[in-house]
Design a protein around this ligand. Structure first.
Ligand code: PBG
Length: 322
């Protein structure tokens, strides 16, 4: 034998020397769920160990994240049922929960990168990502609301808006609206290749945002499709996205790699709520080692080509790699 591959695997020292993929705290985007109230911290039933929190606790949380080396958060809010309607009117309220959340994070931690979810579902009485007319999710009217919502988030201080809706043409519309209002420093992280996935189930529990009728297959992508992901992503690049995203992550590693090879922009991946829940559930039963499963999945997502990862395991990961 002239080549023994095991030489490079013999000790922790040599393994760490030749490791090709290294997770860093700065790689992570921390999703946060915000609710109205004071001193509220509610565990999400299908996401054990993950919480919805009120603004006062959000403040403490982001300070802790910052002290751990985490530098980016992605905000989601749970809207009261009474404020939901078909057009997502509450999403544009300058004093709405999202706008207050943005200001709260910026007050507590001015250098934290604040990204915001842009989509109608948390605000929609139908639980859909767009306006509903005659049982259909209408594209163009929705895009106008998304653009206005993005301007409102920028005005409140968001660094990035993150449209997660999959309507056609929304990146261009958002970019033009930001430009028109003078928000030339606000970035767009586009959920470019977002699949119609069962792995969003626990998230919809978290925000009480499950679709009231039908499913999201007329706007989110068919898991069977690969070329379509490229088409969607290349269009978002042309329309002015700053970061593109693949979602979910683990079942779509091939798509992450394909997109990493096809674009020059940063690529993010979202390890979604169902991916979190699967690992938690198996670990609870003693069927998987949670810590190892966290590191292995996150490393795989980065190895596949993700430059950054939105993950509910961000804090756990930072502790494990620290
Ligand atoms: C909604 C939105 C969803 C997620 C992020 N934004 C759910 C959906 O599309 O139904 C899912 C995130 C997760 O599951 O962790 N626009």
């Amino acid at each position: 034998m002239i080549r023994r591959n095991r030489i490079l695997r013999q000790t922790p020292a040599i393994r760490s020397l030749v490791a090709e993929t290294i997770l860093r705290p700065e790689d992570f985007i921390v999703p946060l769920f915000v609710v109205e109230g004071k001193n509220v911290k509610e565990e999400i039933s299908s996401m054990p160990g993950y919480f919805r929190m009120s603004l006062d606790l959000l403040q403490t949380e982001v300070k802790e994240l910052w002290s751990m080396g985490l530098r980016s958060v992605l905000l989601f809010i749970k809207c009261d049922d009474a404020k939901k309607d078909n057009k997502g009117t509450e999403a544009l309220n300058p004093d709405g929960l999202m706008q207050r959340s943005i200001r709260t994070v910026k007050d507590a931690c001015p250098d934290m990168l604040v990204m915001t979810d842009v989509a109608l579902d948390p605000f929609s009485s139908f639980g859909h990502d767009g306006i509903v007319e005659n049982g259909e999710i209408v594209n163009d009217a929705t895009v106008s609301v998304l653009a206005a919502m993005s301007v409102s988030h920028a005005e409140a201080g968001a660094d990035f808006v993150a449209p997660s809706d999959m309507m056609d043409g929304r990146i261009r519309a958002i970019r033009e609206a930001l430009e028109a209002h003078g928000y030339t420093k606000t970035g767009i992280m586009s959920y470019s290749a977002k699949y119609a996935s069962c792995f969003y189930g626990p998230f919809r529990d978290a925000l009480d945002s499950a679709p009231g009728f039908g499913d999201k297959k007329t706007y989110q992508m068919d898991p069977a499709n690969r070329r379509e992901a490229l088409r969607e992503t290349l269009m978002d690049v042309e329309e002015g996205a700053d970061i593109v995203m693949v979602k979910p992550a683990l079942a779509y590693l091939d798509i992450i790699r394909e997109i990493r090879d096809a674009v020059t922009l940063p690529v993010s991946a979202y390890q979604v709520s169902g991916e979190y829940a699967m690992i938690k559930a198996a670990a609870e039963r003693g069927w998987l080692n949670e810590e190892k499963a966290i590191l292995e999945t996150l490393t795989s997502i980065k190895r596949a080509g993700a430059d950054m990862i939105a993950s509910y395991f961000a804090k756990d990961a930072v502790k494990l790699i620290g």
